[in-house]
Design a protein. Structure first.
Lengths: 725, 330
């Protein structure tokens, strides 16, 4: 070690462009579907064209005779898989990825066969020519408010929490809000579609994939194919976006199955259209919130009930009331997450699962309460700031929500706001502003890392982390540099390879925190091992870490990031057009490692919130039970023209119990963003929109406050049926 | 996907010959719609005859003071042309309201006119569609039709035509020139698109194997004061849910001439002739504009989930005509 620590500046906290940026913009970075293999064959999935029923026949003979076709795998000839296990994330596999095991079809787009051919074009043509016959059964895809078959579902949190006497507290409240909010099916399609290549190499299964955690996928494949995990290697060096969608999916399993069957490398890539049923999504939600408060806006009663849907084959809950258990307290406090099983594809984690739709409902309801009480929405939140976890009773590790609101209000110019709706006009546009709170849990999971001091004075870090476009590779380089007390250009960060040892996934906003913990631990031990002046052997000196014990020793507390969202919108009620003019978010989200990429994470989430508020909605055809317009022309996200001036700021908020002070920033940017936009639409027009997205037709039909009632689900009124559309 | 042949034509007669030699062949312009449909399996041509290199890429004045636009002029070049911008501004605005810069650089005028509907049932080969498979049914009538037709549809098909450009061209009485092996021909754009009736798969009146060679805009002084306004579900890069191309000649507060066409409400660009009749000779003002919109929309037959379009189109007509009147007064 020759570096003088005193002369070195901290890398953490400085803005850095991505260490792999040059490779990405020059095309040198290869993504999963681009890496060449000798003898590569190509698989194409065949998906069901009925929403429920049974496969009666697959007419494979003609297809097998088509040019280049090597095999057709289906339930009649596929090897049996083992689905009886609990994976890394604590859940059994979604049967959607346990392909070709039986003749049942539980939803439109269920994988029924894989056609493998010499070229992708031949495979696709043959797959499209494959005749599959079904015995079709009536399907049930109706997502409605009062499903008698809905039931509470837990998961990473209890299904229900309850304290106090709700009806008594409501009856005693001077002000009551009782409203229903709906959000539609939403899809998280990264630019890079799902792709995997599987091959057997020297007795090991080698999978080149695009995923959010190599360790995760190794575990799933080893279980499914009854293999020793040590004989499975998964690599995922560059990932073009994930957002929760890139876990174990049908394409990886089908590729492994075909590579095993054919004894040659097989690649399976999903098309955009195939991703709709196969890559997961956010369930639609129907949420009811009842608030009771005194005239000063202090909550006496808070009830939040959320219904989401899952498939008939796998239980997944969109836990929309989770944040309600953290944000606000009341004498009577009741939350419940319910699920109904429908003949629909299985949902999954999508950026801020639970918090995103839940915050739309809760933070809109708070805005309604503020208006009813005649209190500024920020002041209302100040008055309802809890001292301890409202449900858990645990102390907060830190809670800087009000500081975010104060800083945001100052930057946004909130103090000048006239709260009365429908007053500001600029040409054909009505103008309004809105705000909402945000929170997201702070978590960490055990990881391992290896740090090597190389003979040439550089360092190599190996960790099975995933950079899904967030800048994690760069942030980890900065963390490692500080832990090693060297400049970042002396650190080589190698990630995305399961052979580097078990590590947490890129998910739950806990990737960078979990990985940094392991890296700093190993780096610290390595520095102790390095003797100043002594030589380093040619193979280097390597220290490994495992944070299982340290992470497990964290005390039980309410650990969260917080934020305040602000939006200004313009609405033309004659054409239904809604345009966001500016957004501003202030976050208390732990120590910020790289301000450049962190800002991208925050603003990316906020822009997603604009999409959620105004555009995103998968349309389901009630007759067939399938998607309508299942592509990015039919499923709208915000374009550049929809994204105005978006500002993200943060306040100093290092986590007191993390070695680096990290909390996690991947998801909080979307939380509350849609509510801020919807609250601004209310302020502009006087109409409360309680169903997302706030589409032109909904705005036109709702008109203005003078012309009629509120839009959307409303206070015990109509339109739950619209939620699933 | 199906394997296909590809040939590049260098002159019109060569293109016609190449197409005529293969019953499964299709002309390829910018490919911005056809190639997508090939990927989706909706179009399965055996051969593509690329006509983008044909010498039809000029915009020239006609003897009578109009403009003749070659069929392979790109959308970008059309929108940027000084004569289009000054004399038919609604046309330039319509083109720029469509697609993205990259797509407009590829897309051609001839191809734009012949693009297919974006109805989600048409583009999904696993679903019935009378336009794609005659007689298979129209799921949109009972299913998803929020952005489907309110005018001129039938029980067999409620899809809308997606073009913005064609709406403005329709308002300005454009004429389509084409060539077949038998020689040249012409069709008013208003007659290019066939009524839906019971045959939604028959979309145009072009003879078999015809190649569009040009679109001619007759002189239209009224078009100098014209507007195209498009409403869509996001600010850019989406098809219209309703659009209006309008031109007004107002003198002394009286409408001497009006042109009005609607987009995204019918299987073709919808020339609003009933509205034009109401406008002509009437005083320019909100009441007249609303009456004109009502006259046209009296024929609207909305489905359960697209009735908002009637309100939208009425509001749009009033807003666009009001704006034009204000501009005329300046």
């Amino acid at each position: 070690m020759t570096t003088a620590p005193a002369a070195r500046e901290s890398a953490v906290g400085t803005a850095r462009t991505r260490v792999e940026g040059r490779d990405k913009v020059t095309g040198a970075a290869r993504y999963a579907a681009e890496i060449p293999f000798a003898g590569l064959a190509h698989g194409w999935l065949v998906l069901s064209t009925v929403a429920r029923g049974r496969i009666t026949s697959l007419e494979t003979a003609g297809v097998l005779a088509m040019p280049g076709v090597l095999t057709v795998l289906h339930h009649g000839n596929a090897p049996r898989l083992n689905a009886d296990y609990i994976g890394l994330l604590g859940v059994p596999p979604d049967p959607t990825c346990v392909v070709f095991q039986h003749d049942r079809v539980p939803f439109m787009g269920w994988p029924v066969a894989l056609v493998v051919a010499e070229t992708p074009e031949q495979a696709r043509e043959a797959a499209e020519a494959l005749v599959v016959r079904y015995e079709e059964e009536p399907h049930d895809t109706a997502f409605t408010r009062d499903r008698p078959d809905a039931y509470p579902v837990g998961g990473r949190m209890p299904a229900e929490t309850r304290k106090g006497d709700m009806e008594a507290a409501l009856a005693a409240s001077a002000v009551v809000v009782d409203a229903e909010y709906t959000t539609p099916e939403e899809y998280h399609h990264p630019m890079e579609p799902h792709a995997a290549t599987a091959r057997w190499d020297g007795g090991r299964l080698d999978v080149v994939d695009s995923n959010q955690g190599a360790t995760w996928i190794v575990g799933e494949l080893a279980n499914l194919f009854s293999l020793d995990p040590a004989s499975v290697r998964v690599r995922s060096e560059h990932v073009g976006g994930g957002f929760g969608s890139k876990g174990i999916r049908a394409h990886q399993v089908a590729a492994v199955m075909a590579a095993t069957h054919l004894r040659r490398p097989v690649r399976v890539v999903l098309t955009r259209r195939q991703m709709f049923p196969l890559a997961g999504h956010r369930s639609a939600t129907i949420q009811r919130i009842r608030l009771g408060a005194d005239t000063g806006g202090r909550l006496r009663a808070l009830e939040h009930r959320s219904l989401s849907h899952t498939s008939t084959v796998h239980e997944f809950v969109e836990p929309s009331t989770g944040a309600t258990r953290v944000m606000y307290d009341a004498d009577a406090h009741h939350t419940a997450n319910l699920v109904v099983r429908l003949d629909l594809p299985t949902p999954t984690w999508m950026r801020a699962p639970g918090e995103a739709p839940g915050s739309f409902a809760l933070e809109t309801a708070l805005d309604e309460l503020a208006e009813k009480c005649g209190i500024d929405p920020i002041e209302l939140r100040v008055r309802n700031e809890p001292e301890r976890g409202p449900v858990s009773g645990l102390p907060f590790s830190s809670r800087n929500l009000i500081a975010c609101f104060q800083e945001g209000a100052r930057r946004f110019g909130w103090a000048d706001r006239d709260p009365r709706p429908g007053l500001r006009r600029e040409g054909r546009w009505l103008l309004g502003t809105g705000t909402a709170a945000a929170s997201f849990p702070v978590m960490a999971l055990p990881s391992t890392a290896a740090v090597t001091a190389e003979a040439d004075g550089t360092f190599t870090v190996r960790i099975a982390a995933a950079d899904i476009g967030t800048g994690a590779r760069t942030a980890l380089t900065q963390v490692a540099a500080d832990a090693l007390e060297v400049a970042p250009d002396r650190v080589r960060m190698r990630i995305g390879d399961s052979d580097f040892g078990p590590a947490m996934i890129a998910g739950g906003s806990m990737g960078t925190r979990s990985w940094s913990w392991a890296i700093t631990t190993a780096a610290g031990e390595l520095r102790e091992r390095l003797v100043p002046g002594a030589g380093i052997p040619p193979e280097g000196i390597t220290v490994r870490s495992d944070t299982t014990e340290a992470v497990g020793a964290l005390a039980q507390m309410e650990r969260h990031s917080f934020g305040a969202q602000f939006a200004e919108v313009a609405v033309d009620v004659t054409t239904g057009e809604v345009r966001v003019r500016r957004m501003l978010g202030v976050f208390a989200a732990g120590r910020i490692i790289n301000p450049l990429t962190a800002r991208g994470q925050f603003t990316g989430g906020m822009i997603w919130g604009i999409s959620m508020a105004l555009h995103e909605e998968a349309v389901r055809d009630s007759v067939s039970g399938g998607h309508y317009g299942a592509d990015l022309a039919g499923y709208h996200v915000a374009t550049h023209a929809d994204v105005p001036h978006v500002e993200a700021h943060w306040i100093d908020d290092p986590d007191p119990h993390d070695p680096v002070g990290i909390k996690g920033i991947g998801e909080i940017g979307i939380v509350g963003a849609a509510a801020a936009v919807a609250n601004a639409v209310r302020h502009a027009t006087g109409v409360r929109h309680r169903s997302l997205p706030i589409r032109p037709d909904r705005v036109i039909l709702a008109g203005t406050a003078g012309a009629g009632a509120d839009a959307g689900a409303g206070a015990g009124a109509r339109a739950a049926g619209e939620a699933h559309a | 996907m199906k394997e296909f042949g590809y040939q590049r034509a260098s002159d019109v007669s060569g293109a016609l010959a190449l197409l005529g030699a293969d019953a499964g062949a299709r002309f390829l312009g910018g490919g911005t719609n056809l190639v997508d449909l090939m990927k989706a399996g909706v179009e399965r041509p055996s051969r593509l005859v690329d006509v983008r290199g044909l010498p039809l890429d000029r915009i020239e004045p006609t003897a009578d003071g109009g403009l003749r636009i070659g069929a392979t002029v790109t959308n970008s070049d059309l929108a940027a042309h000084p004569g289009v911008r000054s004399r038919y501004p609604a046309l330039a605005q319509a083109v720029l309201a469509g697609a993205s810069g990259q797509l407009r650089n590829m897309a051609t005028v001839g191809g734009n006119l012949l693009q297919r509907t974006r109805c989600g049932y048409f583009t999904d080969v696993s679903r019935p569609c009378n336009k794609r498979v005659p007689g298979s049914g129209c799921p949109a009538v009972e299913g998803e039709h929020r952005n489907h037709a309110i005018l001129g549809a039938s029980a067999h098909c409620v899809a809308v035509h997606p073009s913005d450009m064609a709406v403005a061209l329709t308002a300005f009485d454009a004429v389509v020139s084409y060539r077949t092996g038998d020689g040249p021909g012409e069709l008013p754009l208003a007659d290019l698109y066939l009524p839906v009736d019971g045959t939604p798969h028959r979309e145009t009146a072009l003879p078999q194997g015809a190649l569009i060679t040009a679109v001619t805009l007759p002189p239209a002084p009224v078009a100098a004061l014209s507007r195209y306004r498009k409403v869509r579900e996001r600010a850019s890069y989406a098809f219209a849910i309703g659009s209006v191309a309008a031109a007004l000649d107002v003198r002394d507060g009286v409408i001497r001439e009006a042109r009005l066409a609607f987009g995204a409400v019918a299987s073709r660009p919808w020339r609003a002739r009933a509205a034009e009749r109401t406008l002509t000779g009437a005083p320019a003002g909100g009441e007249t504009f609303a009456a004109a919109a009502d006259a046209e929309l009296a024929a609207a037959r909305p489905l359960p989930h697209n009735a908002y379009k009637v309100t939208l189109m009425r509001n749009l007509v009033v807003a666009v005509l009001t704006g034009l009147t204000e501009e005329a007064a300046r």
